[in-house]
Ligand binder design. Structure first.
Ligand SMILES: [Zn+2]
Length: 252
């Protein structure tokens, strides 16, 4: 592996030469914001039973259990702030150098950092939506209803079930987002991957599409990924440090 500084310089050169840049982010970009990977020890799924989508829609008790968990987690999930890595991607967009941002995260921190157009493959924790008519609310509105004593809120328009606008276990991925992500990956000439181990679908296939379309790949991830062999530059350093150095260099 080249020296850190050479890899930063190489990434800056790729960004300057690229005409269409796609960024793809996973849990690793948010760890500096204090959000634990849900799957990691101490993460959400380590502390709570997983209520699947099927249970949620078919069983009132499961819905109550799910919303109890969400009510308790509200402040933890909503107190996180964007870190240097999120801010760097927002800066890249403001510079007109980021055409697509795809994320597996539900924390909404890319929006908080200032990115406008984000493909959220697993939905967002910032809102809740009616499963029947699609009406949606800021999650804080639903939290207020839970705190006022509702146990499993339903839609005031159609009486459908309200669920956080995230993709649950057993729930299908949003097709429109998947298609947009595939388009972004196969039409870019530089693909920046930050904070994903690329082990779960569709995370595994999206960078592959970019590679097959001839894009250069830059990976920023703590651990190895199955696609490391096709990446042009790999960083194991902190995403916040890597991306803020890159932006600083782009400005100079
Ligand atoms: Zn409804």
């Amino acid at each position: 592996m080249q020296a850190y500084d050479e890899r930063i310089a190489g990434t800056v050169r790729f960004i300057r030469e690229a005409t269409h840049i796609t960024a793809f982010t996973g849990a690793g970009i948010s760890t500096e914001s204090g959000i634990k990977d849900f799957r990691s020890p101490g993460g959400i799924w380590d502390r709570y039973r997983i209520v699947t989508f099927q249970e949620f829609v078919s069983d009132h008790k499961a819905r109550v259990e799910y919303w109890n968990m969400r009510r308790e987690l509200f402040h933890e999930l909503n107190s996180a702030r964007p870190n240097r890595a999120h801010k760097a991607l927002a800066a890249l967009e403001q510079m007109g150098r980021l055409q697509c941002l795809i994320t597996q995260n539900i924390d909404g921190l890319h929006y908080d950092a200032g990115n406008a157009d984000i493909i959220e493959l697993h939905g967002t924790n910032k809102r809740a939506a009616c499963l029947s008519c699609g009406k949606s609310w800021p999650i804080a509105d639903i939290q207020a209803r839970l705190e006022a004593g509702e146990r499993a809120p339903t839609c005031d328009d159609c009486n459908g079930l309200i669920k956080p606008a995230t993709v649950s276990f057993g729930q299908a991925m949003p097709e429109k987002e998947l298609m947009k992500a595939a388009e972004c990956a196969s039409s870019c000439d530089l693909f920046l991957m930050i904070g994903s181990s690329l082990k779960v679908e569709p995370a595994a296939s999206i960078p592959k599409m970019a590679y097959q379309a001839g894009a250069k790949l830059v990976f920023v991830n703590r651990t190895e990924t199955p696609l490391d062999t096709v990446a042009s530059i790999i960083f194991r350093e902190d995403a916040g440090d890597v991306l803020s150095r890159v932006i600083e260099r782009l400005h100079s």
